[in-house]
Write a protein that binds this ligand. Structure first.
Ligand code: IPE
Ligand code: IPE
Ligand code: MG
Length: 245
């Protein structure tokens, strides 16, 4: 697909429905996550082929620790598997990986795999593939505020905190390259909520929902949604003729 007017710069994806997919197929939940990882592999390559600049996927939330130890460790094991099997193809596709979230709280082998993934793709200049891992929007904002507080206490700066200050201290702001706010956020599996994903950055994002469970989500459906974004009218609180998009 050739780039068109109003092509999104940044698409966020809430990859939901792995558990229900597994239930529908009569298999354990972790097999749903495995199928979800296969789906993620296809979407990353599709996003790269579309010429998208930024793709952010929600892989594990700060609330997902509430799940069984078996499910949580199963998800983390998949990270190791993903890096082992995909690193070469990601590099071939010039995909640059960045992590949003405190992934140092994961098991040591997963942390090592992620470090390898990030370091090995650091030179890549194509799609920025951001993985939200142990990520929560409220946690991200709270961390940013605490960092600002510590900086101000240390320097004796009593000036008011600005929106720009907060943005700069979010994971998306602390990254070594500029991650713009998401233009479009897609959620699969029919759930109509954002579940703590990019809470600050999504203030004016366009939202799209599909009933498809994440493991069944295809590159074709992804491309259709990205295309449909061109028909959205974004006003950012202004009148139509003042819209930025
Ligand atoms: C999304 O699928 C993956 C993660 C949250 C890690 P779910 O596991 O939430 O699937 P459902 O919502 O139970 O179907
Ligand atoms: C959101 O999905 C988190 C991820 C996709 C990683 P959840 O399945 O955890 O969200 P809720 O509980 O349905 O809101
Ligand atoms: Mg879910």
């Amino acid at each position: 697909m050739a780039k068109q007017a109003k092509f999104p710069t940044h698409v966020g994806v809430i990859m939901d429905g792995n558990g229900r997919w597994a239930k529908a197929h009569g298999v354990p939940r972790v097999m749903g996550h495995n199928a979800g990882m296969e789906s993620m592999k296809r979407i990353v390559i599709a996003a790269s082929n579309l010429g998208l600049e930024n793709l952010t996927v929600y892989a594990f939330s700060t609330e997902n620790w509430k799940r069984s130890t078996e499910e949580v460790s199963g998800i983390f094991k998949l990270i190791v598997k993903y890096v082992r099997s995909e690193l070469e193809e990601l590099i071939e596709n010039n995909v640059h990986i960045n992590i949003l979230g405190q992934y140092d709280m994961l098991p040591a082998d997963s942390v090592a795999s992620i470090d390898r993934l990030v370091a090995s793709t650091a030179h890549c200049t194509g799609l920025n593939f951001n993985i939200a891992l142990n990520y929560g929007g409220r946690d991200e904002i709270t961390r940013a505020v605490n960092e600002l507080l510590a900086e101000r206490l240390a320097s004796g700066d009593a000036s008011p905190v600005t929106e720009a200050d907060i943005s700069a201290h979010l994971y998306t702001g602390l990254c070594h390259f500029d991650i713009p706010d998401p233009d479009l956020i897609i959620r699969t599996s029919g759930e109509l909520r954002t579940s703590n994903f990019l809470t600050w950055q999504a203030a004016y994002s366009e939202l799209m929902f599909t009933d498809t469970y994440w493991p069944d989500f295809t590159p074709e459906e992804f491309e259709e949604m990205v295309r449909a974004y061109a028909n959205r009218e974004r006003r950012f609180g202004g009148r139509k003729e003042e819209s930025k998009a």
